[in-house]
Structures are given as structure tokens and as C-alpha cells.
Design a protein around this ligand. Structure first.
Ligand SMILES: [Zn+2]
Length: 303
């Protein structure tokens, strides 16, 4: 992606100048999607094209298929103007804690259901690919999130979802973190999370839950410590409290079916908290790289 497509550290004034209308957004997507003359027709695979009818679209010279810059990206079939979609993305990135769908709906004059659907796509592209697993000292803990306030203690599930959290401990405090909804606290359920997010050489510290024991084969540096009222690892307990506080404070309620999306959104932002300028750039590149059809569509629901 060339420099013109980079938005590291762009502020609101620059952003509004750069994207004054839909055309500017189509132009951006066109450049991001087809670098120069890079084109391959989605229908027939032909690589020669001319300008299409719609702004910045490309028309296949063999089968005449007219491909829009949004086709094959997460912006495909979005029910409102592209300019609004870009502005929603930008707003979600510059607001320190993001926005609820109710706030988005008020600010952009869209139905809340429409905002839910679009936000769900955004949350899915925010999910980490697991390319950079946590290293060094990593604390792992589990908790229950969702439903009415935390009445239930221990590992009894109730209306909540089980969540496993991993947090890197670094010299000056905490590093990156990830969290996934899991079915139960067996080694079988937590193993994919470990494999995706934690380096095999990490010094992993967990509580004494027996579900972690079988994992020590693959994680030779795994240590199980007594959790004694959270004194063993205050940082991860603070982290979990912050996730819960964010869900309550910004989103008020989050259906347990969609909790994973919120965990991904929280950590997308958390892991870039010292480099917030990259948020929009990273997000828009991922929106271009992800086909809308590959993302699970969120069925519209009463909110
Ligand atoms: Zn074609």
C-alpha cells in the first residue's frame, strides 16, 4: 500500500479534508484494492479492464462485468453511503473507548439495527490473527462475563459466558492481552486459545485449576500458583475488571451471543493503546482485505 493510503496519526480535520464525499472514499478503496493495473475479473479471471460505469469501478474487457471498489471488501452491500461508513470507522478509532450502537445511531442518523450490523463486521475484522503470540511472562486467568451483574461466584455459569484471558507482564507494567469465549474450562477448550495467543516459550502463570495441567506438556514453563483472593496476579484481575467496566459503561448490555466481538474490539484498542495513530489505518486495511461474505452476517435483531 503506498503512502497516500496511509493514515497513521491523521487527526479529524485532516480526515475530513481527505474524505469530503463518497467519491473520495471510492477512490481510496479503488487504490487500496487494485494497486495500479492489478486487476483480475471476479467472474472470468481476465486481467484487462477499462473504467466502469460507477465511480472508480473497473469493467472486464472480456465479460463486461463491472466491479465496484467495494466488491469483495467488508464495505460490500453496506446499506448507507460509503462516506458515512468511513466516518463511523474513524470515529470508533479516535474515541478512546469506542462508541455504542446507540451513540452511532444518534450521531450518524442511522437506525440502530443498521449500526449493529455494521459494527459486527468491524468487530470481526478487529479480531487478532494470532500472528504475534504473547511472550515473556504471561498471566492467564478465567472469568465469567455477561448477563446481569456478577451475582454468581466460582465457576458456576448461569447466564454468563466463560472467558479466558491472557495478559503479558512487562518490565514497566502490562503489555498486550487477548480474551476468548470458551465452552468450558477443560484443557481441550482452552488449548486453541493457548496455541493461538501464547508462545510455547512463555513463562505462563495460571491459578491452580486442574484444567490447565495437561497444557504443561506443551508449555514447559507453565506455573500454577494459588489464586488466594487474586493476590497472586493483581494485573490480570484489574484487566478483567476493566473489560467488564467498559462493557457496562459504554455498551450497557451485550448479548452473550456477541460477546466475542466485544472482547475483540476491546483488545484491538488495548493492544494499540500506546500507538493510537495506527488504529484507523489498520482497521481500514483489514476492511479492504476481508470479504463481506467471509464475515458472519449479524442478523438484525431488536436492540
Ligand atoms: Zn470478466
Amino acid at each position: 500500500m503506498n503512502q497516500k493510503l496511509d493514515f497513521n496519526g491523521v487527526n479529524a480535520i485532516e480526515f475530513h479534508k481527505r474524505f469530503p464525499d463518497d467519491t473520495a472514499c471510492y477512490e481510496y478503496l479503488s487504490k487500496a484494492k487494485w494497486a495500479g493495473n492489478d486487476f483480475e475479473c471476479k467472474k472470468c479471471g481476465h486481467t484487462k479492464f477499462c473504467d466502469g460505469k460507477k465511480p472508480y469501478s473497473r469493467r472486464c474487457l472480456r465479460c463486461k462485468y463491472d466491479e465496484s471498489p467495494t466488491a469483495g471488501t467488508a464495505f460490500d452491500k453496506v446499506k448507507f453511503p460509503l462516506l458515512l461508513a468511513f466516518h463511523i470507522l474513524f470515529k470508533i478509532c479516535v474515541r478512546k473507548k469506542g462508541l455504542s450502537t446507540l451513540e452511532l445511531s444518534k450521531e450518524f442518523g442511522l437506525r440502530q439495527k443498521t449500526c449493529w450490523s455494521f459494527k459486527w463486521k468491524i468487530q470481526q475484522v478487529m479480531r487478532s490473527s494470532g500472528q504475534y503470540p504473547l511472550t515473556g511472562e504471561v498471566h492467564v486467568d478465567e472469568c465469567m462475563i455477561g448477563g446481569p451483574e456478577d451475582q454468581k461466584r466460582g465457576r458456576s455459569r448461569g447466564e454468563k459466558k466463560l472467558v479466558i484471558v491472557a495478559l503479558e507482564i512487562v518490565k514497566d507494567g502490562v503489555g498486550r492481552a487477548y480474551a476468548d469465549v470458551i465452552q468450558d474450562f477443560s484443557a481441550k477448550s482452552s488449548r486453541p486459545f493457548f496455541e493461538k495467543y501464547i508462545s510455547k516459550t512463555a513463562l505462563v502463570k495460571t491459578d491452580e485449576w486442574t484444567g490447565y495441567k495437561p497444557l504443561s506438556k506443551d508449555y514447559p514453563c507453565l506455573e500454577q500458583l494459588p489464586s488466594a483472593s487474586g493476590k497472586g496476579s493483581p494485573s490480570i484481575h484489574i484487566h478483567i475488571m476493566n473489560i467488564k467496566g467498559w462493557l457496562r459503561g459504554i455498551h450497557h448490555h451485550c448479548s452473550k451471543d456477541y460477546l466475542q466481538g466485544y472482547l475483540d474490539e476491546y483488545h484491538f484498542r488495548f493492544n494499540r493503546r500506546n500507538n493510537e495513530g495506527v488504529l484507523f489505518n489498520t482497521l481500514i486495511k483489514r476492511m479492504v482485505a476481508n470479504s463481506a461474505t467471509r464475515l458472519n452476517s449479524r442478523k438484525e435483531r431488536d436492540v
